[in-house]
Design a protein. Structure first.
Length: 457
Protein backbone atom coordinates (compact mmCIF):
# COMPACT_ATOMS: atom_id res chain seq x y z
CA UNK A 1 0.00 0.00 0.00
CA UNK A 2 1.07 3.58 -0.60
CA UNK A 3 1.18 6.41 1.92
CA UNK A 4 -1.45 8.17 -0.22
CA UNK A 5 -5.07 7.15 -0.64
CA UNK A 6 -5.66 8.98 -3.93
CA UNK A 7 -3.54 9.51 -7.05
CA UNK A 8 -1.77 12.75 -7.83
CA UNK A 9 -3.69 15.37 -9.69
CA UNK A 10 -2.44 15.59 -13.32
CA UNK A 11 -1.83 19.31 -12.83
CA UNK A 12 0.39 18.62 -9.82
CA UNK A 13 2.24 15.90 -11.73
CA UNK A 14 3.00 18.37 -14.51
CA UNK A 15 4.05 21.03 -12.01
CA UNK A 16 6.18 18.60 -10.01
CA UNK A 17 7.88 16.69 -12.81
CA UNK A 18 11.41 17.48 -13.96
CA UNK A 19 12.07 14.65 -16.42
CA UNK A 20 11.57 16.96 -19.40
CA UNK A 21 14.82 18.72 -18.59
CA UNK A 22 16.76 16.52 -16.15
CA UNK A 23 16.84 13.83 -18.83
CA UNK A 24 20.30 15.13 -19.72
CA UNK A 25 21.57 13.85 -16.36
CA UNK A 26 20.97 10.28 -17.56
CA UNK A 27 24.60 9.43 -18.45
CA UNK A 28 25.77 10.59 -15.03
CA UNK A 29 22.95 8.78 -13.26
CA UNK A 30 23.82 5.55 -15.01
CA UNK A 31 27.50 5.91 -14.16
CA UNK A 32 26.87 6.56 -10.48
CA UNK A 33 24.27 3.79 -10.35
CA UNK A 34 26.91 1.37 -11.56
CA UNK A 35 29.32 2.53 -8.87
CA UNK A 36 26.57 2.27 -6.24
CA UNK A 37 25.69 -1.26 -7.35
CA UNK A 38 29.32 -2.36 -7.14
CA UNK A 39 29.50 -0.93 -3.64
CA UNK A 40 26.35 -2.82 -2.65
CA UNK A 41 27.94 -6.04 -3.89
CA UNK A 42 31.08 -5.35 -1.83
CA UNK A 43 28.86 -4.68 1.20
CA UNK A 44 27.04 -8.00 0.74
CA UNK A 45 23.70 -6.40 -0.13
CA UNK A 46 23.85 -7.75 -3.69
CA UNK A 47 25.17 -11.10 -4.85
CA UNK A 48 27.61 -11.30 -7.71
CA UNK A 49 24.86 -12.58 -9.96
CA UNK A 50 22.54 -9.72 -9.01
CA UNK A 51 25.28 -7.16 -9.68
CA UNK A 52 25.85 -8.68 -13.11
CA UNK A 53 22.12 -8.44 -13.87
CA UNK A 54 21.98 -4.81 -12.79
CA UNK A 55 25.08 -3.88 -14.76
CA UNK A 56 23.65 -5.60 -17.82
CA UNK A 57 20.38 -3.72 -17.41
CA UNK A 58 22.15 -0.37 -16.95
CA UNK A 59 24.17 -1.02 -20.09
CA UNK A 60 20.98 -1.77 -22.02
CA UNK A 61 19.42 1.49 -20.81
CA UNK A 62 22.54 3.40 -21.80
CA UNK A 63 22.27 1.92 -25.29
CA UNK A 64 18.62 2.99 -25.50
CA UNK A 65 19.50 6.52 -24.43
CA UNK A 66 22.45 6.75 -26.82
CA UNK A 67 20.26 5.62 -29.71
CA UNK A 68 17.40 7.90 -28.63
CA UNK A 69 15.13 4.91 -28.07
CA UNK A 70 14.57 5.38 -24.34
CA UNK A 71 10.90 6.09 -23.67
CA UNK A 72 9.82 8.28 -20.77
CA UNK A 73 6.49 7.15 -19.36
CA UNK A 74 3.79 9.55 -18.10
CA UNK A 75 4.37 8.42 -14.53
CA UNK A 76 8.11 9.13 -14.58
CA UNK A 77 8.61 12.10 -12.29
CA UNK A 78 12.29 12.50 -13.08
CA UNK A 79 15.09 10.74 -14.93
CA UNK A 80 16.11 8.83 -11.81
CA UNK A 81 12.71 7.17 -11.45
CA UNK A 82 12.52 6.63 -15.21
CA UNK A 83 15.79 4.70 -15.18
CA UNK A 84 14.81 2.66 -12.13
CA UNK A 85 11.44 1.86 -13.68
CA UNK A 86 13.05 0.76 -16.94
CA UNK A 87 15.69 -1.28 -15.11
CA UNK A 88 12.98 -3.25 -13.32
CA UNK A 89 11.18 -3.82 -16.62
CA UNK A 90 14.37 -5.23 -18.11
CA UNK A 91 15.70 -7.42 -15.28
CA UNK A 92 12.74 -7.92 -12.95
CA UNK A 93 12.51 -7.39 -9.17
CA UNK A 94 16.27 -7.35 -8.68
CA UNK A 95 16.20 -3.92 -10.28
CA UNK A 96 14.38 -2.66 -7.20
CA UNK A 97 17.41 -3.53 -5.07
CA UNK A 98 19.53 -0.83 -6.69
CA UNK A 99 18.01 1.91 -4.58
CA UNK A 100 19.09 0.23 -1.34
CA UNK A 101 21.15 2.65 0.80
CA UNK A 102 20.43 5.51 -1.60
CA UNK A 103 17.96 8.38 -1.72
CA UNK A 104 17.06 10.51 -4.66
CA UNK A 105 18.45 13.36 -2.54
CA UNK A 106 22.05 12.13 -2.57
CA UNK A 107 21.52 10.63 -6.02
CA UNK A 108 20.60 13.91 -7.70
CA UNK A 109 23.26 15.83 -5.79
CA UNK A 110 25.84 13.40 -7.13
CA UNK A 111 24.53 13.64 -10.69
CA UNK A 112 24.67 17.43 -10.49
CA UNK A 113 28.23 17.39 -9.17
CA UNK A 114 29.29 15.10 -12.01
CA UNK A 115 27.54 17.32 -14.55
CA UNK A 116 29.20 20.45 -13.18
CA UNK A 117 32.63 18.81 -13.19
CA UNK A 118 32.25 17.73 -16.80
CA UNK A 119 31.06 21.10 -18.07
CA UNK A 120 33.57 23.07 -16.01
CA UNK A 121 36.22 21.10 -17.86
CA UNK A 122 34.48 21.87 -21.17
CA UNK A 123 34.36 25.59 -20.37
CA UNK A 124 38.04 25.58 -19.40
CA UNK A 125 38.95 23.83 -22.65
CA UNK A 126 36.90 26.26 -24.75
CA UNK A 127 38.41 29.23 -22.94
CA UNK A 128 41.83 27.75 -23.64
CA UNK A 129 41.04 27.49 -27.35
CA UNK A 130 39.91 31.12 -27.48
CA UNK A 131 43.09 32.15 -25.65
CA UNK A 132 45.16 30.32 -28.25
CA UNK A 133 43.32 32.10 -31.07
CA UNK A 134 43.81 35.52 -29.48
CA UNK A 135 47.49 34.79 -28.95
CA UNK A 136 47.98 33.69 -32.55
CA UNK A 137 46.38 36.91 -33.82
CA UNK A 138 48.37 39.03 -31.37
CA UNK A 139 51.64 37.47 -32.54
CA UNK A 140 50.78 38.36 -36.15
CA UNK A 141 49.97 41.97 -35.23
CA UNK A 142 52.58 42.64 -32.60
CA UNK A 143 53.67 46.05 -33.96
CA UNK A 144 50.35 47.40 -35.29
CA UNK A 145 49.59 50.68 -33.46
CA UNK A 146 46.07 51.66 -32.50
CA UNK A 147 44.49 54.04 -30.01
CA UNK A 148 43.73 52.79 -26.54
CA UNK A 149 40.54 54.15 -25.04
CA UNK A 150 39.06 55.21 -21.75
CA UNK A 151 35.41 56.32 -21.68
CA UNK A 152 35.49 55.36 -25.40
CA UNK A 153 37.64 58.46 -25.95
CA UNK A 154 41.10 58.21 -27.44
CA UNK A 155 43.49 58.04 -24.52
CA UNK A 156 46.96 56.68 -25.31
CA UNK A 157 48.32 54.62 -28.21
CA UNK A 158 48.93 50.90 -27.77
CA UNK A 159 49.79 48.02 -30.03
CA UNK A 160 46.97 45.80 -31.21
CA UNK A 161 48.76 42.80 -29.73
CA UNK A 162 48.77 44.50 -26.33
CA UNK A 163 45.02 45.10 -26.52
CA UNK A 164 44.21 41.56 -27.63
CA UNK A 165 46.37 40.13 -24.86
CA UNK A 166 44.21 41.95 -22.30
CA UNK A 167 41.42 39.57 -23.32
CA UNK A 168 43.87 36.65 -23.19
CA UNK A 169 44.72 37.24 -19.52
CA UNK A 170 41.07 37.66 -18.60
CA UNK A 171 40.30 34.28 -20.14
CA UNK A 172 43.22 32.81 -18.25
CA UNK A 173 41.55 33.88 -15.02
CA UNK A 174 38.27 32.40 -16.29
CA UNK A 175 40.01 29.12 -16.99
CA UNK A 176 41.43 29.12 -13.46
CA UNK A 177 37.97 29.79 -12.02
CA UNK A 178 36.53 26.77 -13.81
CA UNK A 179 39.37 24.67 -12.42
CA UNK A 180 38.32 25.82 -8.95
CA UNK A 181 34.72 24.84 -9.72
CA UNK A 182 35.90 21.34 -10.67
CA UNK A 183 37.63 21.09 -7.30
CA UNK A 184 34.51 22.32 -5.48
CA UNK A 185 32.39 19.68 -7.26
CA UNK A 186 34.76 16.87 -6.32
CA UNK A 187 33.14 16.10 -2.97
CA UNK A 188 30.95 12.98 -3.21
CA UNK A 189 27.39 13.28 -1.81
CA UNK A 190 26.48 9.66 -2.63
CA UNK A 191 26.01 7.54 0.47
CA UNK A 192 24.44 10.34 2.50
CA UNK A 193 20.91 9.00 2.01
CA UNK A 194 17.98 11.33 2.38
CA UNK A 195 19.74 13.50 4.97
CA UNK A 196 20.95 11.42 7.91
CA UNK A 197 23.13 8.76 6.30
CA UNK A 198 22.09 5.13 5.76
CA UNK A 199 21.86 2.06 7.97
CA UNK A 200 24.29 0.06 5.84
CA UNK A 201 28.04 0.21 6.34
CA UNK A 202 28.67 1.55 2.85
CA UNK A 203 32.06 2.12 1.27
CA UNK A 204 31.76 5.76 0.31
CA UNK A 205 35.48 6.14 -0.21
CA UNK A 206 35.39 3.30 -2.70
CA UNK A 207 32.54 4.95 -4.60
CA UNK A 208 34.49 8.21 -4.60
CA UNK A 209 37.46 6.46 -6.19
CA UNK A 210 35.19 4.68 -8.66
CA UNK A 211 33.61 7.98 -9.76
CA UNK A 212 36.85 10.00 -9.64
CA UNK A 213 35.78 12.22 -6.73
CA UNK A 214 38.59 13.62 -4.62
CA UNK A 215 36.86 13.08 -1.29
CA UNK A 216 33.50 12.31 0.34
CA UNK A 217 31.18 14.88 1.89
CA UNK A 218 31.71 14.86 5.65
CA UNK A 219 28.17 15.80 6.69
CA UNK A 220 25.13 14.07 5.24
CA UNK A 221 22.80 17.06 5.75
CA UNK A 222 25.21 19.36 3.99
CA UNK A 223 25.82 16.82 1.24
CA UNK A 224 22.21 16.54 0.06
CA UNK A 225 21.47 20.27 0.30
CA UNK A 226 24.76 21.58 -1.06
CA UNK A 227 24.49 23.45 -4.35
CA UNK A 228 27.50 25.67 -3.78
CA UNK A 229 29.27 24.09 -6.72
CA UNK A 230 26.35 25.06 -8.99
CA UNK A 231 26.58 28.64 -7.74
CA UNK A 232 30.34 28.47 -8.29
CA UNK A 233 29.84 27.36 -11.89
CA UNK A 234 27.22 30.03 -12.54
CA UNK A 235 29.48 32.67 -11.01
CA UNK A 236 32.45 31.62 -13.13
CA UNK A 237 30.22 31.42 -16.20
CA UNK A 238 28.75 34.87 -15.53
CA UNK A 239 32.22 36.42 -15.25
CA UNK A 240 33.44 34.62 -18.36
CA UNK A 241 30.35 35.65 -20.32
CA UNK A 242 30.85 39.25 -19.18
CA UNK A 243 34.38 39.12 -20.56
CA UNK A 244 33.03 37.80 -23.84
CA UNK A 245 30.44 40.59 -23.89
CA UNK A 246 33.20 43.18 -23.61
CA UNK A 247 35.12 41.52 -26.42
CA UNK A 248 31.95 41.50 -28.50
CA UNK A 249 31.28 45.13 -27.68
CA UNK A 250 34.69 46.11 -28.99
CA UNK A 251 34.19 44.18 -32.21
CA UNK A 252 30.89 46.01 -32.73
CA UNK A 253 32.63 49.37 -32.36
CA UNK A 254 35.81 48.49 -34.25
CA UNK A 255 33.90 47.10 -37.25
CA UNK A 256 31.73 50.19 -37.64
CA UNK A 257 32.39 52.58 -40.52
CA UNK A 258 33.18 55.27 -37.98
CA UNK A 259 36.13 53.26 -36.64
CA UNK A 260 36.91 50.92 -39.49
CA UNK A 261 39.59 49.07 -37.51
CA UNK A 262 38.47 45.64 -38.69
CA UNK A 263 36.09 43.90 -41.03
CA UNK A 264 33.85 41.02 -40.06
CA UNK A 265 33.98 37.57 -41.63
CA UNK A 266 30.96 37.10 -43.88
CA UNK A 267 30.28 33.80 -42.15
CA UNK A 268 29.66 35.59 -38.84
CA UNK A 269 27.72 38.62 -40.03
CA UNK A 270 24.13 39.26 -41.06
CA UNK A 271 22.41 41.47 -43.60
CA UNK A 272 19.37 43.68 -43.41
CA UNK A 273 15.88 42.81 -44.59
CA UNK A 274 15.56 46.22 -46.23
CA UNK A 275 19.03 47.81 -46.57
CA UNK A 276 21.18 45.85 -49.04
CA UNK A 277 24.43 47.52 -48.03
CA UNK A 278 24.33 46.42 -44.39
CA UNK A 279 26.80 44.00 -42.80
CA UNK A 280 25.71 43.68 -39.21
CA UNK A 281 27.91 42.37 -36.37
CA UNK A 282 25.12 40.17 -34.99
CA UNK A 283 27.45 37.56 -33.49
CA UNK A 284 29.36 40.22 -31.55
CA UNK A 285 26.10 41.83 -30.44
CA UNK A 286 24.80 38.49 -29.18
CA UNK A 287 27.98 38.03 -27.16
CA UNK A 288 26.98 41.22 -25.37
CA UNK A 289 23.41 40.06 -24.82
CA UNK A 290 24.16 36.53 -23.58
CA UNK A 291 26.09 37.70 -20.53
CA UNK A 292 23.15 39.15 -18.55
CA UNK A 293 21.20 35.99 -19.32
CA UNK A 294 23.79 33.94 -17.44
CA UNK A 295 24.06 36.55 -14.69
CA UNK A 296 20.29 36.24 -14.33
CA UNK A 297 20.57 32.50 -13.77
CA UNK A 298 23.14 33.11 -11.03
CA UNK A 299 20.90 35.66 -9.32
CA UNK A 300 17.88 33.37 -9.66
CA UNK A 301 19.58 30.41 -8.00
CA UNK A 302 20.79 32.63 -5.18
CA UNK A 303 17.12 33.52 -4.78
CA UNK A 304 16.11 29.85 -4.68
CA UNK A 305 18.67 29.04 -2.00
CA UNK A 306 18.19 32.18 0.07
CA UNK A 307 16.72 31.32 3.45
CA UNK A 308 16.08 27.70 2.48
CA UNK A 309 16.00 25.43 5.55
CA UNK A 310 18.15 22.29 5.51
CA UNK A 311 18.21 19.62 4.27
CA UNK A 312 16.51 18.82 0.96
CA UNK A 313 13.58 20.87 -0.31
CA UNK A 314 11.80 20.60 -3.64
CA UNK A 315 12.99 24.14 -4.36
CA UNK A 316 16.35 22.59 -5.23
CA UNK A 317 14.79 21.15 -8.37
CA UNK A 318 15.01 24.68 -9.75
CA UNK A 319 18.80 24.46 -9.93
CA UNK A 320 18.74 22.45 -13.14
CA UNK A 321 17.16 24.71 -15.71
CA UNK A 322 19.31 27.64 -14.56
CA UNK A 323 22.45 25.52 -14.77
CA UNK A 324 21.63 23.77 -18.03
CA UNK A 325 20.79 26.96 -19.90
CA UNK A 326 23.90 28.70 -18.55
CA UNK A 327 26.07 25.77 -19.67
CA UNK A 328 24.59 25.75 -23.16
CA UNK A 329 24.76 29.53 -23.51
CA UNK A 330 28.35 29.83 -22.33
CA UNK A 331 29.73 26.95 -24.36
CA UNK A 332 28.06 28.22 -27.53
CA UNK A 333 29.27 31.76 -26.80
CA UNK A 334 32.88 30.63 -26.33
CA UNK A 335 32.80 28.73 -29.61
CA UNK A 336 31.19 31.64 -31.47
CA UNK A 337 33.66 34.14 -30.02
CA UNK A 338 36.59 32.06 -31.20
CA UNK A 339 35.22 31.70 -34.73
CA UNK A 340 34.35 35.39 -34.90
CA UNK A 341 37.76 36.59 -33.70
CA UNK A 342 39.60 34.14 -35.93
CA UNK A 343 37.83 35.60 -38.98
CA UNK A 344 38.44 39.28 -38.25
CA UNK A 345 40.58 41.21 -40.72
CA UNK A 346 42.31 44.23 -39.17
CA UNK A 347 43.03 47.42 -41.09
CA UNK A 348 46.48 48.70 -40.22
CA UNK A 349 46.04 52.01 -42.02
CA UNK A 350 42.89 53.02 -40.13
CA UNK A 351 44.30 52.02 -36.75
CA UNK A 352 47.66 53.70 -37.39
CA UNK A 353 46.02 56.93 -38.54
CA UNK A 354 43.92 57.05 -35.38
CA UNK A 355 46.94 56.20 -33.20
CA UNK A 356 48.91 59.07 -34.77
CA UNK A 357 46.60 61.63 -33.14
CA UNK A 358 49.10 63.90 -31.39
CA UNK A 359 46.77 64.55 -28.48
CA UNK A 360 47.42 60.93 -27.43
CA UNK A 361 50.98 62.02 -26.53
CA UNK A 362 49.80 64.57 -23.97
CA UNK A 363 50.78 62.41 -21.01
CA UNK A 364 54.26 61.99 -22.47
CA UNK A 365 54.62 65.75 -22.70
CA UNK A 366 53.60 66.01 -19.04
CA UNK A 367 56.15 63.33 -18.14
CA UNK A 368 58.81 65.29 -20.04
CA UNK A 369 58.04 68.32 -17.89
CA UNK A 370 58.30 66.14 -14.77
CA UNK A 371 61.78 65.10 -15.86
CA UNK A 372 62.62 68.80 -16.03
CA UNK A 373 61.60 69.30 -12.43
CA UNK A 374 57.94 70.30 -12.77
CA UNK A 375 55.57 68.60 -10.28
CA UNK A 376 53.25 66.27 -12.18
CA UNK A 377 50.02 68.02 -11.17
CA UNK A 378 51.43 71.32 -12.39
CA UNK A 379 52.69 69.64 -15.57
CA UNK A 380 49.21 68.18 -16.12
CA UNK A 381 47.73 71.69 -16.08
CA UNK A 382 50.39 73.09 -18.40
CA UNK A 383 49.83 70.40 -21.01
CA UNK A 384 46.08 70.78 -20.63
CA UNK A 385 46.41 74.41 -21.64
CA UNK A 386 48.45 73.40 -24.69
CA UNK A 387 45.80 70.89 -25.73
CA UNK A 388 42.98 73.39 -25.21
CA UNK A 389 44.75 76.03 -27.28
CA UNK A 390 45.38 73.58 -30.11
CA UNK A 391 41.88 72.05 -30.00
CA UNK A 392 40.11 75.41 -29.88
CA UNK A 393 41.94 76.52 -33.00
CA UNK A 394 41.53 73.22 -34.86
CA UNK A 395 45.24 72.45 -34.84
CA UNK A 396 47.48 69.59 -33.79
CA UNK A 397 49.95 70.08 -30.96
CA UNK A 398 52.84 70.21 -33.41
CA UNK A 399 51.16 73.16 -35.14
CA UNK A 400 51.42 75.45 -32.12
CA UNK A 401 53.93 78.22 -32.77
CA UNK A 402 56.99 78.94 -30.68
CA UNK A 403 55.46 81.98 -29.05
CA UNK A 404 52.46 79.99 -27.82
CA UNK A 405 54.67 77.22 -26.47
CA UNK A 406 57.01 79.72 -24.83
CA UNK A 407 54.05 81.45 -23.17
CA UNK A 408 52.16 78.33 -22.03
CA UNK A 409 55.02 75.90 -21.39
CA UNK A 410 58.38 77.65 -21.27
CA UNK A 411 59.90 74.60 -19.56
CA UNK A 412 59.72 72.71 -22.84
CA UNK A 413 62.25 74.89 -24.65
CA UNK A 414 62.38 75.10 -28.42
CA UNK A 415 62.24 71.43 -29.48
CA UNK A 416 60.84 69.66 -26.45
CA UNK A 417 57.25 69.41 -27.64
CA UNK A 418 58.18 68.07 -31.07
CA UNK A 419 60.46 65.45 -29.53
CA UNK A 420 57.75 64.22 -27.18
CA UNK A 421 55.08 63.70 -29.85
CA UNK A 422 57.12 62.64 -32.86
CA UNK A 423 56.90 59.27 -34.60
CA UNK A 424 56.17 56.23 -32.42
CA UNK A 425 57.99 57.73 -29.47
CA UNK A 426 54.99 57.99 -27.21
CA UNK A 427 53.78 54.44 -27.88
CA UNK A 428 57.19 52.90 -27.15
CA UNK A 429 57.76 55.10 -24.13
CA UNK A 430 55.60 52.86 -21.92
CA UNK A 431 58.51 50.69 -20.79
CA UNK A 432 57.08 49.53 -17.44
CA UNK A 433 56.41 45.82 -17.04
CA UNK A 434 53.03 45.07 -18.62
CA UNK A 435 53.22 48.24 -20.73
CA UNK A 436 52.73 48.63 -24.44
CA UNK A 437 56.34 49.39 -25.50
CA UNK A 438 57.17 46.91 -28.23
CA UNK A 439 59.93 45.10 -26.27
CA UNK A 440 57.45 44.67 -23.41
CA UNK A 441 54.75 43.40 -25.76
CA UNK A 442 57.18 40.83 -27.13
CA UNK A 443 58.00 39.73 -23.60
CA UNK A 444 54.29 39.45 -22.87
CA UNK A 445 53.73 37.37 -25.99
CA UNK A 446 56.40 34.96 -24.81
CA UNK A 447 54.87 34.81 -21.33
CA UNK A 448 51.43 34.21 -22.80
CA UNK A 449 52.72 31.38 -24.97
CA UNK A 450 54.32 29.84 -21.89
CA UNK A 451 51.10 30.25 -19.87
CA UNK A 452 49.14 28.58 -22.65
CA UNK A 453 51.42 25.56 -22.82
CA UNK A 454 51.79 25.09 -19.07
CA UNK A 455 48.10 25.02 -18.24
CA UNK A 456 46.61 23.24 -21.25
CA UNK A 457 43.49 21.28 -20.13
Amino acid sequence: MSRFSSPQDPLFRAFNASVAYDYRLAPYDLEQSGAHARMLERAGVLSGEELAEIEHGLAAIRAEIDSDEFIVQPGDEDIHMAIERRLTELIGPVGGKLHTARSRNDQVATDMAMFVRAHSLSAAELAHELMATLLDIAERHSDWPMPGYTHLQRAQPVYLAHHLLAHFWRLRRDRARFAEVMAAASELPLGSGALAGVTFDTDREGMARDLAFARVAENSIDAVSNRDFVLDYLSAAATCATHLSQLGGEVVVWSSEEFGFCSLPDSFASGSSIMPQKKNPDAAELLRAKAPRIVGHLAALHGVLHGLPLAYNKDLQEDKEHLFDAVDTLELSLQAARALVRGLEFRRDRMAAAAADEFLGATDVADLLVRRGVPFREAHGIVGSLVRTAADSGRALSELDREEIARLAPQLGDAGLADAISGDGFIDSKVSRGGTALPRVREQLSEARQALSEAAP
